[in-house]
Write a protein that binds this ligand. Structure first.
Ligand code: IDP
Ligand code: MG
Length: 141
């Protein structure tokens, strides 16, 4: 069983898409084992996206990610990291496959509705960024 971090980004939360997006994951067999509505201030957004600090979109991305509430969850399942990214689709909604979250609800390459961890190490670090161990339910509970 693998775990990954999912974020429903501010514009998708504002548009009332939490339920629609979560149901994509659940219908694909990913289990929600932790979840909360929270908010990143600019500094926490910069810390979360530290790997992108040198990218031209870093300032804009971290501004955007701190504009409003986000819905963060831990998804668990076989190959959860890759499956989450498959269900989300490509970073740019214009290039995302039909039926993916980003194709259906992404606004543009920055405001693309959802985040998903990209590897086991980043998943572990991103889960720990938002959740303590006792906030995560073990599988089947
Ligand atoms: P990912 O979210 O598909 O893993 P990354 O390359 O890790 O994509 O980029 C992180 C986030 O930064 C994206 O989800 C998107 O919000 C934003 N982003 C990526 N590329 C661009 C860009 O070219 N312009 C503006 N924002 C971007
Ligand atoms: Mg990424």
């Amino acid at each position: 069983m693998e775990r990954t971090l999912s974020i429903i980004k501010p514009e998708a939360v504002a548009r009332g898409l939490i339920g629609d997006i979560l149901s994509r994951f659940e219908h694909a067999g990913l289990k929600v084992v932790a979840a909360k509505l929270t908010r990143l201030d600019k500094q926490r957004a910069e810390s979360f996206y530290d790997v992108h600090r040198e990218r031209p979109f870093f300032n804009s991305l971290t501004d955007y990610m701190s504009t409003g509430p986000i819905f963060v969850s831990v998804l668990e399942g076989d190959g959860a990291i890759a499956r989450n990214r498959e269900i989300m689709g490509a970073t740019d909604p214009a290039k995302a496959a039909p039926g993916t979250i980003r194709k259906d609800w992404g606004t543009n390459v920055e405001e693309n509705a959802a985040h998903g961890s990209d590897a086991p190490e980043t998943a572990a670090a991103e889960i720990a960024f938002f959740f303590t161990a006792d906030e995560i339910q073990s599988s089947g509970s």
